[in-house]
Design a protein around this ligand. Structure first.
Ligand code: NDP
Ligand code: 8X3
Length: 243
């Protein structure tokens, strides 16, 4: 398998941390980013990765992070998430803006900055972590849905624009994954977050990381464009089986 430098954004928890762990175990030279410095350092030490503080919503932070990366073969744009579950009538514009900043513009900024290095590697690979929410709108989801629909559009357009160049573009679109996602969405309300996964078996962060590990370990001529991954207990964004 070709390895090289893999950059993973949002690697202080959840899918990003698991992906960094999986790619490091597969022999990649992993560089991780996120805002919580202590957690970043702990994850990096545990898996033997390099780390730099990164806020993908801040262009200066993206510049500092990318200036420290000299080579890049794989970029996993994972940093993201949802804020709130309010209906449109009660929507908080600040939360919508924040969701667009991290999921859409954050992915754009990192991709723009690292694309030259990815191409120069001879087999660059951009992997964007989207969501089932980017296919299926649900009540209260409009801000997050819109951001993940937009992120999917960005991924598709990038695939078209780099055609003929040595860069692969993939999206991984999971359903319910038990991470800090719902705690962040519900502003730290742990019991509301736990209720999302009650009575069902959600995906784990490592389930998704293993999919990403598979996607980036295909031979260079194979581009997995889209991978939608749901728990067996979930058949649609809001169609779940609870025991
Ligand atoms: P977590 O909340 O556990 O992880 C989110 C990660 O993103 C954290 O490491 C966080 O680190 C980082 N992050 C958030 N904002 C920024 C920022 N501005 N700059 C850099 N890093 C940032 O959730 P998940 O692991 O579940 O989420 C990862 C991705 O998976 C997201 O894109 C999410 O939308 C997507 N997803 C999640 C699903 C789920 O059910 N959990 C399902 C489908 C998709 P820090 O706070 O330290 O910056
Ligand atoms: C996270 C999955 O269904 O909560 O992207 O939007 S969902």
């Amino acid at each position: 398998m070709r390895t090289g430098v893999a950059v993973v954004t949002g690697a202080t928890s959840g899918i990003g941390e698991a992906t960094a762990t999986r790619l490091a175990a597969d022999g990649f030279d992993v560089v991780i980013g996120g805002r919580r410095e202590e957690r970043l350092r702990a994850v990096a030490e545990a898996i033997g990765a390099r780390w730099h503080v990164l806020d993908v919503t801040d262009p200066a932070s993206v510049d500092r992070f990318c200036d420290a990366v000299e080579e890049c073969r794989v970029l996993v744009n994972n940093a993201g998430g949802a804020l709130g579950l309010d209906r449109i009538a009660q929507a908080d514009e600040g939360e919508w803006r924040a969701m667009f900043e991290v999921n859409v513009l954050g992915t754009l900024r990192m991709t723009k900055r690292l694309l030259p290095l990815l191409e120069a590697s001879g087999d660059g690979h951009v992997v964007n972590v989207g969501s089932i929410a980017g296919y299926e709108p649900y009540i209260g989801g409009a801000g997050y849905n819109a951001a993940k629909f937009a992120e999917r559009a960005l991924t598709k357009v990038l695939r078209l624009e780099v055609l003929g160049r040595p860069v692969r573009v993939s999206e991984i679109d999971p359903g319910l994954v038990q991470t800090e996602f719902s705690t962040v969405r519900f502003h730290g309300d742990e019991s509301r977050a736990a209720a999302v996964y009650e009575g069902l078996t959600p995906l784990s962060a490592m389930d998704v990381a293993e999919c990403i590990g598979f996607v980036v370990s295909r031979p260079p001529h194979v581009n997995i464009d889209t991978l939608v991954v749901l728990a067996r207990d979930q058949a649609g964004a809001t169609t779940v089986h609870r025991r």
